[in-house]
Design a protein around this ligand. Structure first.
Ligand code: APR
Length: 309
C-alpha cells in the first residue's frame, strides 16, 4: 500500500479528534467530511497548522464533497446526533439511520474497496445498516464499541488496583450500551484474571460503572458526549487495519454462528487487519455471560428490524 488514505465523516467532536490523532500518528492522509460548509475545512486547516510544531508529515483536507474521498482505504463514520435530553432511543435510531444511510451510499460508491469503521450510535444497529447499505462483505464493516468499553473498564480497574491502565487487558462484549457484557475471567492484570484480585461485589460495581461510562461523562459535560476515548479507540482500529497487525480488538462484527449467534451484529473479540475482520475469536463464557450476550444481540436484532431500509 502506498500512503494510506482515511476518510472521517463528521467533523464534530469525535470525528475531528479522530482525524487529529490519525495525522499526528502519521497513519494516513485524512479527508474530513461534514455537511456543514466551512466546518471540516476550518478544522483541517487548524490541525494542519500544528504540523510544524507536532512534526507530522501526513496531510488533512476538509470538504463537503464525497468525490474527494475517492479510493480511501478506511472510512470512519462519526456523523449524526448524540442522544439529547427528551430524545428517545428510537428517535435517535431513526434520525441517525437517515444520516448514516446516505453517507454510506456516497462513500461506498467512491471507495468500493474500503473498510468502514462505524462510530455513530446506536452503534450496533448503525454498523449493520452500513453493511446493508454499502453492499460490502461483512468483514469490511466493523463497529467501534468494545474497544472503548474495554478501555473504560481498564481505566477503572487500574485505579482500583493501583496499576497502569495499559497493564490491564480488559474484555467487554455485547452491544454498546446498557447491555454490554464485561468478562472478568478474561480481564487480566499482569496475566492474572481480576476474579483472583477483587471481590465479586467490587467487580460488580466496576462493571456497572463501565456500563454507565458514557452516561457519567454526559452528565458532567451537560452538553455533548465523550470524544477523547471514543476517538482513541476508533483510531486503534484504524491502525490495526492499515498496519495489518491482526491484533485482537473487541469489535462489533457480523456473527454467523459464533457464540451461538447467527446473522446479527454484536460485540466480540476479533482480529483486525488489512482485510478488516480476519478472525472472530471465541472465548469461553460463563452461562450468565452467554445469556447476557444473547440478550444484548437480541436487542440489536429487534432494533435493526424496526428500520425500513
Ligand atoms: N453528513 C455529514 N456530516 C453530518 C451529517 C451528514 N448527513 N449530519 C450531521 N453531520 C455532522 C454534524 O454537522 C456534526 O459536525 O456530524 C457531526 C457530529 O458531531 P457532534 O455533534 O460533535 O457529535 P460527536 O460528539 O462527534 O458524536 C458523533 O459519535 O460517539 C458517537 O453518540 C455519538 O452518534 C454520535 C457520534
Amino acid at each position: 500500500m502506498g500512503k494510506a488514505k482515511v476518510t472521517v465523516v463528521g467533523a464534530g467532536f469525535v470525528g475531528a479528534t479522530a482525524a487529529q490523532r490519525i495525522v499526528e500518528k502519521d497513519l494516513a492522509d485524512v479527508v474530513l467530511v461534514d455537511i456543514v460548509e466551512g466546518l471540516p475545512q476550518g478544522k483541517a486547516l487548524d490541525i494542519m497548522q500544528s504540523a510544524a510544531v507536532e512534526g507530522f508529515s501526513s496531510s488533512m483536507i476538509g470538504t463537503n464533497r464525497y468525490q474527494d474521498t475517492a479510493d480511501s482505504h478506511v472510512i470512519v463514520i462519526t456523523a449524526g446526533f448524540a442522544r439529547k435530553p427528551g430524545m428517545s432511543r428510537d428517535d435517535l435510531l431513526f434520525k441517525n439511520t437517515e444520516i448514516v444511510g446516505g453517507i454510506v451510499t456516497e462513500c461506498a460508491q467512491y471507495s468500493p474497496r474500503a473498510i468502514i469503521v462505524m462510530v455513530t450510535n446506536p452503534l450496533d444497529v448503525m454498523t449493520w445498516l452500513a453493511c446493508k447499505k454499502s453492499g460490502f462483505p461483512a468483514e469490511r464493516v466493523i463497529g467501534m464499541a468494545g474497544e472503548l468499553d474495554s478501555a473504560r473498564y481498564a481505566y477503572f480497574l487500574s485505579e482500583e488496583l493501583k496499576c497502569k491502565p495499559n497493564d490491564v487487558k480488559a474484555t467487554v462484549l455485547g452491544g454498546h450500551g446498557d447491555q454490554m457484557v464485561p468478562v472478568p475471567d478474561y480481564t487480566l492484570v499482569h496475566g492474572k484474571p481480576i476474579t483472583q484480585l477483587l471481590t465479586p461485589e467490587r467487580i460488580a460495581q466496576i462493571n456497572q460503572r463501565t456500563r454507565d461510562g458514557g452516561a457519567e461523562i454526559v452528565k458532567l459535560l451537560k452538553t455533548g458526549s465523550a470524544y477523547y476515548a471514543p476517538s482513541s479507540s476508533a483510531v486503534r482500529m484504524v491502525r490495526a487495519i492499515l498496519k495489518d497487525t491482526r491484533e485482537t480488538i473487541p469489535s462489533c462484527v457480523y456473527l454467523q454462528g459464533q457464540y451461538g449467534l447467527k446473522d446479527v451484529y454484536c460485540g466480540v473479540p476479533a482480529k483486525l487487519g488489512r482485510e478488516g475482520v480476519q478472525e472472530i475469536v471465541e472465548i469461553t463464557l460463563t452461562e450468565a455471560e452467554r445469556k447476557a450476550l444473547h440478550a444484548s444481540a437480541e436487542d440489536v436484532r429487534q432494533n435493526f428490524f424496526k428500520l425500513t431500509i
